[in-house]
Design a protein around this ligand. Structure first.
Ligand SMILES: [Zn+2]
Length: 430
């Protein structure tokens, strides 16, 4: 049941739709594209810093105590499977955190959103300027409108209209605006390392107005299969007598092993999850051979795997399978493939967590016939859940337009997302 006090906030949000749209348009206009590795914010450094300064100012205006910093990745810790890249240049991409202490005894809440966006892609596929918010027929277009500058605008404005309605919160609110979610999630990892904690967190990522509680982990890596060079037009003796070995031919068994493993996972009982697809692994890049009339010396296979949070031995299982197959080949058993891994854990919280239940409750009261959901890829929630041990949900708009040309958010969902967060803040901290 929506109380009279809550209704006052919802009414303010309705009456001030333009302000929310305008704020979102403004933050879309800063080109905060997630950089490729090793470049820092590069040519977008000024955009990043200017937008971070706007977040800091907005939060300071609402009496948040603001902290903002740029990350030195080389100083970050080694938390297993966190995916921290110590050699990544994070310069020019500030993290902004605002804290509002209530002095009360209510539960505390983190609102977290990322302000980096994926590149716009091919300009000719956009009807509108990707870095300018354009309002047309009830939709706001622009890169990040859906994923997730819209969510950032919603969470900041939710706090604003609660304050404007004269409601004093009884629990502490922390707002975190983080960079690099689309690449490494190190912005939020840095917040967690700094010790920011709360009784729960909400990340307004796009979720089709459902409550996201589970994400698959990701593991990528490289398998190197070595052969032995030799003239391709000469008949070669057996490799034991010094003959050449074709690394491309040898890689066939390994490619098949990966395919078989993925197929097996698809139906294996321990790989099933209520809200997530089963574990899967794909070979995604292949490099092999050096010269068209030379036996190829080396093949490198890149792979990408996704796995449910309950999977704890993914790397071991992949290694074991590849080594087992290598044993069936006399060359490969003496010259086993080399495997490198890198990746990030998945995460999930129980449906019974109070914040998960609250998410469902507020969406239902706003008229959404909703439920829990999972996501095949991951978000910043992985660090809040695994590292900071903060139960975290996401609530947000339709995810279809995310990363697309002509990305958009409907005004309806932007406003409802703001309302859902406002209701969740008021009830959680009560
Ligand atoms: Zn996102």
């Amino acid at each position: 049941m929506i109380t009279e006090k809550e209704q006052k906030v919802l009414d303010l949000i309705d009456e001030n739709q333009d302000e929310i749209i305008e704020y979102l348009s403004k933050i879309i206009s800063f080109k905060t594209v997630t950089p490729e590795s090793g470049k820092g914010a590069g040519e977008n450094k000024d955009n990043y810093r200017a937008l971070a300064a706007i977040f800091s100012a907005t939060l300071a205006d609402m009496d948040f105590e603001v902290d903002s910093w740029e990350i030195d990745a080389s100083q970050m810790g080694n938390f297993e499977n966190s995916g921290v890249q110590h050699d990544r240049d994070m310069s020019g991409m500030p993290v902004v955190v605002g804290q509002m202490k209530s002095g009360g005894t209510g539960k505390s809440l983190i609102l977290n959103g990322h302000y980096d966006v994926v590149p716009a892609g091919l300009a000719e596929n956009w009807t509108y300027d990707p870095f300018k918010g354009t309002l047309k027929d009830g939709k706001l277009y622009g890169r990040g409108s859906c994923d997730m500058k819209g969510g950032v605008a919603a969470m900041i404005k939710a706090v604003k209209f609660i304050r404007q309605a004269g409601i004093k919160l009884n629990g502490d609110i922390t707002v975190q605006v983080a960079p690099d979610e689309e690449a490494t999630c190190m912005g939020t990892f840095s917040c967690c390392e700094k010790g920011y904690k709360a009784d729960a967190a909400i990340i307004p990522e796009p979720t089709n107005m459902s409550v996201l509680i589970a994400m698959r982990g990701n593991s990528g890596g490289k398998i190197t299969i070595n052969g032995r060079a030799g003239h391709a037009e000469m008949t070669q003796p057996h490799w034991k007598e010094g003959g050449a070995v074709n690394a491309i031919t040898k890689s066939i068994k390994i490619l098949q092993a990966i395919e078989d493993l993925s197929e097996e996972w698809r139906t294996r009982p321990d790989k099933q999850h209520k809200y997530l697809d089963p574990d899967a692994i794909q070979t995604t890049v292949i490099h092999g051979g050096e010269w068209s009339i030379t036996y190829p010396e080396k093949v490198e296979l890149s792979f990408n795997a996704n796995y449910i949070p309950a999977t704890k031995n993914l790397e071991q299982e992949i290694t074991d399978r590849i080594m087992k197959v290598a044993q069936t080949d006399d060359w490969l058993s003496e010259n086993p493939p080399e495997i490198e891994f890198g990746g990030m854990y998945g995460a999930e919280i129980s449906e019974d967590e109070p914040i998960a239940q609250l998410g469902i409750e507020v969406l239902k009261e706003l008229g959404y016939d909703t439920g829990f959901s999972g996501m095949g890829s991951l978000t910043d929630a992985i660090h809040l859940i695994n590292y900071a041990k903060v139960p975290t949900i996401s609530i947000g708009p339709s995810d279809k337009p995310a990363h697309m040309a002509d990305e958009f958010i409907t005004v309806q969902e932007l406003i409802d997302q703001t309302k859902a967060i406002a209701l969740a803040i008021m009830r959680w901290t009560a």
